[in-house]
Design a protein around this ligand. Structure first.
Ligand SMILES: *Cc1c(COP(=O)(O)O)cnc(C)c1O
Length: 587
């Protein structure tokens, strides 16, 4: 069977493999829809954008999050306050007629779905279904279950996870989708396995479940974990599980080994019911295998959707020199031939766009010729936003030597993360004290998609200082690489694989404590970054070019989705069994 290029992709071409249903608590669909909070949602969105570009038969499920995550406000002293971001799904999506129900505590909750058609570059559509409980049939409490992303307490969270996993799997059937592979993006979606198990025993009581039933469910499920430390895993008490999910289901999950230290552990549940599981970077796979030695956990390193995160000037430059990059991102490797001057010119334009956004947001006019560092991410304490500010005199010295230094910060703290909020306050306070004619430190409000894109494209060096091994992958440095912007980072997450010293950026050496790692950060700035930026424009441009060529060609979601396709969705083993020789993805 040869693909007919004149015909749009259709699922029938791949009858053996059928459809993948991708479940994620958050998906960054487009900047105007507040359906995501950070890296997990951006990764989910980028995954779907690549799947659409590559013609993968895939649909996705998430929640509507009618009140969004939150809009961040920072006052003069750096205190964060939050505001809801209400939005109307009807402005962006089509309502499906189908309705499904799930039982939560002792109530029956009705769920509907809003469809968003995500279209790829050749017209292939990946439908995204946003589940919504805001229906007249439901009580006031239940109507709010799909309002707040990561809001409320663990009771609210478990009820949302029932909607995502259990109502989601039912909705797929109600929509007539013949799903072959269920992909759980993080443990929030793990309860879908319970719906599949109940379906496996004809909807009957779970007391009759046997090993064969579990195995049948396992053949349909794959799981991606994103959490590198035990405390990060989604867990619920036995009491909550009995009260919210029900006694019979709880007893069955306990019997099947989904409890750890007396808590229902969503990672364990997902692992128990998946035929394939992976971490999101090489190191994270290793860390996950150490945490869960009884399971085979592979690694598929994250990526970013190149056309989404590359600034316009770089895209235009690539279209001129390397038009094939759009259909096959591996050709980005050939960026190695682009003249240095073109790289510098494209980046200068991106920097100008960023600095004019900074000016319009803050009134502060920054200098486009001054070395500019970027640090933007969730204000979680493990990311150590203030590491760069631990030796103020040294930073001032570096600024003087460099003929000026500009540092752009941004990031939200989760509303309940008091230490994270304190960190923002600390950075803003230090920024106020330290800033002078030579050193400018700015904390930008309301970090989200648009600002993230401008920052990763427009700064000169991207900084990342997580405490190892807390950063499962990290993706903002990949966005920077797509824009030929090198990173200066701790060797954690993706950077273990992405860092070639002096070629794609620089490593901050591992140390016994924060002070030692800060010391390494300063040394790299003093001895590697500043001299190269000041004295060797051509060498700097070459480093930007190798950053784009080496890391842009690899750390993209087209490569990542190919790996999911080959290793998770349709592994060679299954291909051989089906004796099918066609390529497994189009485009
Ligand atoms: C890319 C992105 C993230 C993830 O960045 P990390 O490097 O994983 O911290 C978070 N938030 C936004 C808005 C992003 O665009």
């Amino acid at each position: 069977m040869q693909p007919d290029p004149a015909k749009p992709f259709s699922y029938e071409k791949f009858p053996t493999f059928g459809l993948v249903a991708y479940f994620s608590m958050e998906i960054a669909i487009q900047p105007a829809m507040p359906t995501y909070s950070g890296g997990l949602g951006v990764l989910a969105g980028d995954t779907l954008r690549s799947a659409a570009d590559m013609g993968i038969p895939l649909v996705a499920f998430s929640l509507a999050h009618r009140k969004g995550y939150f809009q961040q406000h920072l006052d003069g002293v750096g205190a964060q306050t939050e505001e809801v971001q209400p939005w109307n799904p009807a402005d962006f999506c089509t309502e499906e007629a189908a309705r499904v129900t799930v039982s939560i505590e002792d109530r029956v909750v009705v769920v509907r779905a809003w469809r968003y058609d995500l279209q790829g570059r050749s017209g292939h559509v990946v439908p995204i279904y946003l589940l919504d409980t805001d229906l007249e049939e439901n009580s006031g409490w239940d109507r709010g279950l799909t309002d707040h992303l990561y809001g409320g307490d663990t009771n609210y969270r478990l009820q949302q996870e029932i909607v995502l996993g259990m109502a989601g799997a039912r909705m797929a059937s109600a929509l007539g989708l013949d799903v072959n592979v269920y992909h759980m993006n993080e443990g929030h979606a793990a309860l879908l396995t319970l719906t599949l198990l109940e379906r496996q025993v004809g909807g009957g009581p779970l007391g009759s479940v046997d090993d064969v039933d579990v195995e049948r469910v396992r053949t349909k499920c794959v799981f991606t974990t994103h959490t590198p430390v035990p405390a990060g895993h989604d867990r619920f008490s036995n009491e909550q599980s009995i009260r919210i999910l029900g006694a019979e289901r709880t007893a069955r999950l306990e019997k099947l080994g989904c409890f750890h230290e007396g808590l229902l552990n969503m990672t364990l549940l997902a692992l128990r019911f998946s035929r394939y599981a992976n971490g999101v970077a090489m190191l994270h796979g290793k860390v996950s295998r150490e945490m869960f030695p009884q399971f085979a956990i592979d690694s598929i390193t994250n990526g970013v959707h190149a056309p989404t995160w590359m600034g316009e000037p770089i895209q235009q430059m690539l279209d001129t020199h390397l038009p094939a990059w759009r259909r096959d991102h591996l050709y980005l490797r050939n960026a190695i031939e682009i003249p240095e001057q073109d790289i510098l010119r494209a980046h200068a334009r991106a920097k100008e766009t960023l600095l004019s956004e900074v000016a319009s947001r803050t009134g502060l006019v920054l200098n486009p010729n001054v070395l500019t560092l970027g640090f933007a991410r969730r204000a979680a304490t493990y990311k150590r936003a203030s590491l760069l500010l631990t030796q103020p005199e040294r930073l001032l010295e570096i600024a003087n030597k460099a003929g000026g230094l500009q540092i752009l910060y941004a990031g939200k703290a989760h509303p309940q993360d008091t230490p994270g909020k304190a960190l923002i306050h600390q950075v803003i306070e230090a920024a106020g004290k330290l800033s002078n004619d030579m050193l400018r430190i700015v904390y930008l409000e309301n970090y989200a998609w648009d600002l993230g894109a401008l920052l990763t494209a427009g700064v000169d060096v991207w900084i990342n200082t997580p405490r190892r091994p807390y950063e499962a992958s990290g993706t903002s440095g990949m966005k920077a690489a797509m824009n030929a912007v090198p990173s200066l980072s701790i060797l954690d997450g993706w950077w273990v694989e992405g860092c070639i010293e002096g070629v794609t950026g620089w490593a901050i050496e591992d140390g016994p404590d924060d002070a030692a790692e800060a010391e390494s950060l300063y040394l790299k700035l003093e001895n590697s970054v500043v001299p190269l930026y000041l004295d060797a424009r051509e060498k700097w441009a070459q480093l930007m070019r190798t950053t784009l060529a080496f890391n842009g060609s690899y750390f993209n979601t087209n490569r990542m989705v190919k790996q999911y396709t080959r290793n998770a969705y349709y592994p060679v083993k299954l291909l051989e069994r089906a004796q099918v020789e066609e390529p497994i993805y189009a485009g």
